[in-house]
Design a protein around this ligand. Structure first.
Ligand code: ZN
Length: 246
C-alpha cells in the first residue's frame, strides 16, 4: 500500500491542492498527522477536501484549539487571532469532523502516527535528537510518523554502542529511499506553513510493501494565499512568513 503522508496543512488550500496534484497516482490512501486548520485562510475548504479522500487523520493542537479543547491563551497572539477567527468560520459538519479525530493511531503494526510526539501527542515538539531519543521509548512500532515542527527530518533510533540518536535532514524529490530495519521517527514537514527555510509545500510518500519513503517539496501560488489573508485582515507576520518558510 502507498500512503500520502501529510501534516500541518493549516488551512492553506493552495498548498494542499498542489500537493495532491503532485502526488496524484502515487498513493492509495492518505495519512494526515494533524493541524488541518489554524494560520491559513481556508479552513472549511481544507477539511472538506481532506474528508473527501480515503484518509486517516489525527488531531493536532490547532485542531483542538478551535474546538475549545485547549486554551488559546497558550498560543502566541497571531496564532490566537486566527484560531478564534477559524472557530467562527467553521461549518457545523466540519467542526464534527475535527471533533471525531483521534489523538494517536497505530497502523499495520509497523507505524505509529501522532501529531507532536508519542510521549505528548498534542504538544511536544521533536526538534532535537535529545527529545527524539527519549521518545523512542514511548512507541512500540518500528516507525513513528510525527508532524508539529513543520520541518522535515528523520531521527534514527539511539545507537546501541553509544546511545546517541542521530537526526538526518532528508533529501527531497530524489525518488523513494529504503526505510531500513532500524527504528525511525519521520516528520514529513508541513504542507501549509513550512519552517525550515524552504517555502515550498512539504510531504512524503510511504510505500509499505517496498518499505520506502520519498520526501517531496512542491511550489504553490504563495502570493494568492497571502492576498486572501490580507483581505481577511490576518496578522502581517503570518502573511510574510509564507514567502520565506519560517
Ligand atoms: Zn502545526
Amino acid at each position: 500500500m502507498r500512503y500520502l503522508i501529510i501534516s500541518d496543512i493549516h488551512a492553506n488550500l493552495a498548498a494542499f491542492k498542489a500537493v495532491l496534484d503532485d502526488a496524484e497516482g502515487n498513493y492509495d490512501k492518505v495519512w494526515c498527522l494533524g493541524d488541518i486548520v489554524g494560520y491559513g485562510p481556508d479552513p472549511n475548504e481544507c477539511i472538506e477536501l481532506l474528508a473527501s479522500l480515503d484518509q486517516i487523520c489525527i488531531s493536532g493542537n490547532h485542531d483542538w484549539a478551535v474546538l475549545g479543547k485547549l486554551d488559546v491563551d497558550d498560543f502566541n497572539p497571531d496564532a490566537r487571532h486566527v484560531s478564534l477567527w477559524t472557530r467562527n468560520e467553521l461549518a457545523e459538519s466540519n467542526i464534527q469532523f475535527v471533533q471525531s479525530l483521534p489523538i494517536a493511531m497505530v497502523q499495520e503494526e509497523h507505524f505509529t502516527l501522532v501529531h507532536g510526539s508519542p510521549r505528548h501527542p498534542i504538544w511536544e515538539y521533536i526538534l532535537y535528537p535529545a527529545v527524539a531519543q527519549v521518545n523512542f521509548e514511548h512507541f512500540s512500532t518500528r516507525y513513528c510518523l510525527v508532524g508539529h515542527t513543520h520541518s522535515p527530518v528523520i531521527f534514527h533510533a539511539p545507537n546501541e554502542s553509544d546511545g546517541i540518536c542521530e537526526a538526518q535532514v532528508p533529501s527531497t524529490n530524489n525518488g523513494p529511499e529504503p526505510l531500513g530495519k532500524q527504528r525511525l521517527i519521520l516528520n514529513p514537514g508541513s504542507v501549509g506553513q513550512p519552517r525550515d527555510g524552504d517555502p515550498r509545500a512539504s510531504y512524503g510518500i510511504l510505500d509499505t510493501d517496498q518499505f520506502t519513503f520519498e520526501y517531496r517539496r512542491i511550489p504553490y501560488p504563495i502570493t494568492e494565499v497571502q492576498e486572501r489573508m490580507q483581505k481577511l485582515g490576518f496578522p502581517s507576520r503570518l502573511i510574510n512568513r509564507l514567502s520565506f518558510g519560517w
